[in-house]
Design a protein around this ligand. Structure first.
Ligand SMILES: NC(=O)c1ccc[n+]([C@@H]2O[C@H](COP(=O)([O-])OP(=O)(O)OC[C@H]3O[C@@H](n4cnc5c(N)ncnc54)[C@H](OP(=O)(O)O)[C@@H]3O)[C@@H](O)[C@H]2O)c1
Length: 290
């Protein structure tokens, strides 16, 4: 292993200095489950006043219910949540059909609708909402739950620059945000960052099994694999080096890591496997979309 440290200064601007202290109006969150709850937590962290938020959620968590003491409105009548600046849809896609007619009555001309529902296209949302509604479709991923997610967003033509900036601030509360103009990229995005956390968990599982096969007690192998994947991810987050440079920095010629790389990289084995996996996920995302 090389002794040179791959860790340097953290890249600038990976964590945005966004603030929601100056959020101008009101916001409605529909669905405060895992993702909606993570967004809400992030907004509060960025300084959004609970009194500016209405949450529609049939089974609110204790934390969400507790926020009513700070002015958050929980399951208000529709006329008390009308025409918010942002209407964030964070229910499961299978609940979309039941809520859309109802949400259609809530939005106003100044409202930007921000959906995080997997597979629900801008077209589906536009069909269900009043003509001319400003809509942002986005795809977050699981590390959003700890503020380390990455979300890809796409806006329809009705979204103004100010609404896009607002949507960006709302999404950045759970991590990084990337914008694309071409909605068809969302299938590949889903296959890379949406489903990606599962590939990383599988890597930890697979490394643990290989460790046990190499003679380690299985529980020790599992602890080593888990800490190695988590620690390497954290190191990558703090390093300005790209993954290939990081890999090279720990691969001495003729050493132990190089021997393993010879197996993983010969004939692009891992690359080919990953390409097939991502292509399958992207295909499935396209099949499920509406
Ligand atoms: N989790 C992820 O990693 C991930 C990644 C990318 C995208 N997403 C998207 O994020 C969205 C939310 O996923 P999630 O994992 O957060 O799901 P979740 O934990 O099940 O949250 C959805 C919440 O919406 C509530 N809900 C159901 N019907 C409702 C209604 N009519 N009005 C208001 N609230 C209602 C649910 O309440 P009940 O529990 O009572 O049904 C639940 O609390 C999904 O569309 C998913 O595609 C999630």
């Amino acid at each position: 292993m090389s002794t040179s440290s791959p860790v340097q200064e953290p890249p600038a601007a990976t964590l945005s200095a966004a603030s929601l202290h100056d959020f101008p109006g009101t916001l409605v969150l529909v669905g405060a489950g895992k993702m909606g709850g993570a967004l809400l937590e992030g907004w509060l962290r960025l300084g959004l006043e609970p009194a500016r938020i209405a949450v529609i959620e049939p089974q609110p968590s204790r934390e969400v219910a507790g926020l009513t003491a700070r002015g958050l409105k929980l399951n208000p009548a529709i006329n008390r949540a009308r025409e918010p600046n942002a209407l964030v849809i964070a229910v499961k896609p299978q609940n979309a059909a039941e809520i859309m007619p109802w949400l259609a009555q809530m939005g106003g001309t100044a409202t930007v609708v921000l959906s995080i529902m997997a597979g629900k296209t801008l077209d589906f949302l536009a069909q269900a909402l009043p003509p001319g509604t400003a809509i942002v479709r986005s795809m977050p991923n699981l590390p959003a739950a700890i503020g380390r997610g990455i979300t890809v967003a796409v806006a329809n033509e009705r979204v103004t620059p100010a609404q896009r900036a607002l949507a960006h601030k709302l999404l950045v509360a759970t991590g990084a945000v990337e914008w694309v103009d071409d909605e068809s990229l969302l299938d590949a995005v889903t296959a890379v960052s949406g489903s990606g956390p599962a590939y990383v968990f599988l890597l930890a599982e697979s490394l643990a099994k290989a460790g046990a096969a190499a003679g380690l007690p299985p529980d020790l192998a599992a602890r080593l694999a888990r800490a190695t994947v988590a620690g390497s991810g954290e190191l990558m987050r703090h390093s300005p080096l790209d993954p290939a440079r990081l890999r090279e920095s720990v691969t001495s010629p003729g050493g132990t890591t190089a021997a393993a790389m010879g197996v993983l990289m010969s004939e692009e084995r891992l690359d080919q496997l990953m390409r097939d996996a991502v292509a399958a996920a992207a295909r499935r995302s396209g099949e499920l979309a509406d």
